[in-house]
Write a protein that binds this ligand. Structure first.
Ligand code: FAD
Ligand code: DHB
Length: 393
């Protein structure tokens, strides 16, 4: 059995694990990142695309914003649409801030490249991982692969292994409380080789369900459709997808999304999920391992960055000789922001999706709420300040 030692053992090389490893390195703290999948898989997994102002600043301040500054698309607002009529929410005008469209896989590529350039210890294709003894002061991670086992001695373990990872479930039964809500729909998402035909994102509520127009680059668009939670992707030919997108996104001013070759399609379920607390002994959960938001508010990756910001700060204080007070407050600090972001993501989701079998009253109320956001500066400001990102205090 090979033995290794590190200050922080990090499980998962998604945005949370990679960013944590980089922030720790800036504080002179050693970490080892252990990832189940290959580097290529992590770098090509198409997911989030919108970075809050707060996340952009974090990447820039951490010295990993160079390509983001060059290639990221600055968005100063979004458009909300109701049955073909769009209304712009001007973020900069309302909050002084904007968001940036830059694919999650690009953030992951940048962080991996930077960690490797800095001599970071990133281990991909790790096989089976287990976390043990985290209620003692000598936690360990075991990596079993092809008949051999590596044992990694850590001062602390960070569970950044996403919703389906092993860290959360390694905590004993009853130690964590789960708060959860599932939604009766999913998103069918596509990536298309088509130049964006609008400058900003369009979130549209249509009789047939929600549709979202987004983009990745001057040549690639990203679009989503509300669909059934158990939707089979095989039922959706490219023609059917474009027809449904054109129907739902149809606008009275004649705008329509430009079509192109579909490069990728997938169906994503929707849930709201929070685990409390985010700490058990010397195991700290961050990102999707601790919470999931429905994607309508574009918050998942951003929330992961907020968690690891707080965790890196607290570990910095601890290894700098300042004691464990910040670490002990990690969960409480994160949860205060997580619940506000959960609320916003839930609100955006209920505002913009069709709920099957809903009472006629609820549908009328939903339309009134959307019209209110489109007509009131106060309501639009509330949306805008949440969308661009709440401050990290
Ligand atoms: P992950 O990215 O899931 O990373 C966890 C890593 O751990 C993975 O690499 C995984 O392979 C690894 N792992 C899992 N199990 C193990 C194990 N046992 N051992 C070792 N490694 C393991 N968020 C936004 O902010 N904005 C958006 O616009 C947005 N849009 C989205 C659209 C879609 C279609 C989807 C699916 C998600 C979207 N999200 C969005 C959410 C966002 O992608 C996630 O919240 C984000 O990936 C969370 O990062 P993470 O590092 O916590 O987890
Ligand atoms: C994207 C994803 C989202 O969940 C969202 O709310 C906006 C944009 C995207 O992938 O571009």
């Amino acid at each position: 059995m090979a033995q290794y030692k590190t200050q922080v053992g990090i499980v998962g090389a998604g945005p949370a694990g990679l960013m944590l490893s980089h922030l720790l390195r800036l504080k002179g703290i050693h970490s080892i990142v252990l990832e189940a999948k290959s580097r290529l898989y992590c770098e090509e997994r198409v997911r989030a695309g919108v970075l809050e102002y707060t996340s952009v600043k974090m990447l820039q301040d951490a010295g990993v914003g160079e390509r983001l500054n060059r290639e990221g698309l600055r968005h100063e607002g979004i458009e909300l649409g109701l049955n073909g009529v769009r209304h712009r929410i001007p973020f900069v005008d309302l909050t002084g801030k904007c968001v940036t469209v830059y694919g999650q896989q690009e953030v992951v590529k940048d962080l991996i490249a930077r960690r490797l350039a800095d001599g970071g210890d990133l281990r991909f294709e790790c096989g089976e991982i287990s976390v043990e003894a985290f209620t003692t002061n000598r936690p360990r991670i075991f990596v079993r692969r092809e008949g051999s086992t590596d044992e990694i001695h850590c001062d602390y373990i960070a569970g950044c292994d996403g919703f389906h990872g092993i860290c959360r479930n390694a905590c004993p039964e009853g130690a964590l409380t789960i708060y959860e809500r599932t939604y009766p729909f999913a998103w069918l998402g596509i990536l298309a080789e088509a130049a964006p035909s609008r400058e900003e994102l369009v979130y549209m509520l249509h009789q047939r369900g929600f549709a979202l127009y987004s983009m990745r680059s001057p040549r690639v668009t990203r679009l989503y459709l509300q669909c059934a939670p158990d939707e089979s992707i095989e039922q959706w030919s490219d023609d059917r997808i474009w027809h449904e997108l054109q129907t739902r996104l149809h606008c009275s001013d004649g705008w329509r999304p430009a079509e192109g070759r579909i490069l990728q399609k997938s169906v994503t379920g929707m849930r709201s999920f929070v685990v409390e607390p985010l700490q058990f002994g010397r195991l700290f959960l961050a990102g999707d391992a601790a919470h999931i938001v429905p994607p309508t508010g574009a918050k998942g990756m951003n929330l992961a960055f907020a968690d690891v910001h707080y965790l890196a700060e607290a570990l910095g204080v601890r290894f700098g000789g300042g004691g464990t007070g910040y670490l002990e407050r990690y969960s409480e600090t994160c949860l205060s922001r997580i619940w506000k972001v959960q609320r916003f993501s839930w609100w955006m989701t209920t505002l913009l999706h069709r709920f099957e079998n809903e009472a006629a009253f609820d549908h009328k109320r939903q339309i009134a709420e959307l019209e209110y956001v489109m007509s009131s500066r106060a309501a639009a400001t509330s949306l805008a300040e949440n969308y661009v990102g709440l401050p990290l205090d």
